[in-house]
Design a protein around this ligand. Sequence first.
Ligand SMILES: Cc1ncc(COP(=O)(O)O)c(C=O)c1O
Length: 401
Amino acid sequence: MSTNNENKSYQVNTYKRNEVEFVKGEGVYLFDKSGNKYLDFLCGIAVTGLGHKNKKLINAAVTQIDNLWHVSNLFTSTPQENLAKKLCEKSGLDKVFFCNTGTEANEAAIKFARKFGKGKSNIITTNGGFHGRTYGSLSASAQEKLWEGFYPLTPGFVNVDYNNIDAIKNAIDENTIAVMLEPIQGENGIVIPSENYLQEVRKVCDENNLLMIMDEIQTGNGRTGKYFAYQHSSIIPDIVTMAKGIANGLPLGAVICSDKVAEAITPGSHGSTFGGNPVSISVANKVVELITPELLDNVNTVGKLFVEKIKSENLSIIKEVRAKGLMIGIEFIESIDVKNLASKLLENKVVVGTAGNNVLRILPPLIVEELHISQFINTFKSVLLIENLITKQSEELCHQN
Ligand SMILES: Cc1ncc(COP(=O)(O)O)c(C=O)c1O
């Protein structure tokens, strides 16, 4: 944003904000101040999975606001209990702690693991991982660019390469208590590990009495076509952290853990004034209900269709398409400026993000349909043509092949 007085921003410069201002949303679409309609294929970075202005979610929020919008966690809350039960049933775990955000969920997970460890404190984390911005989760996010200017970090994190089981085995010592990782690295550019990696991590954790902490903040809530991404690998972690899509845009985070971990936590060990706010919780209770097996089928079907359509274009500027359900990354060759491409798509009324190494990050709502995918592909191709990134002939040639 410009610094002349008229346009001066009073907010700290933590985001490179776009000038577009969205004022309304409906289903898979967003609308700006001038009434322009945009296809929302970013979902507030994997948050509004059920789309905008969902009537059932609005009703849940409004009813709760009308009754009670805050009460201390020192009192019983049936909506919290109901949601905790649902999350335990979904995850295969036993107990839940509610907070407000992803980074807070990971802070709690780190504390729970260390309390459980009774003096053992080291947590193995993976290079390129992202777990949040507060000190514990920042220190667990093994990316130097995130750390610059913020040293000293919190000690006790041992970083190893992602998707390398031997690296984990070699990093274990008598002070290790847990392995913490994402089932798919989101911020690192939708990096999907080999098929049996998570199973191998589970096995190594079992053999060495380590806790497996799974950060499902971006991958959870149906994003990859299962409620949790680890369910593609038929394993159950000891601790699962979630946030983002859990209340479709209202602030809520959760840590789900096994009884053995929960037993280490006693009143006063941890807490949050706002954690599990009644309005967020009421909406989340509805969100969990609305992420049905049919919706998850849609995520898988439409996600596959998206990948097929993109691949069938045979575009030489694309290095790789990586996807699980509707968590999609398109990696471009180095000469393509992916940030510029995302801005051009925005100019053409499609909202996407970027991540990792030259990757266009595409996170459509779980309710997306084939027609929206076609709309995306058409706009995507016309932007590539306008920007001279592909030529008309090469495009026609691809279609003849
Ligand atoms: C995997 C993962 N963990 C943690 C976080 C941090 O979540 P929050 O921004 O809600 O603190 C994010 C956010 O992008 C994430 O993708």
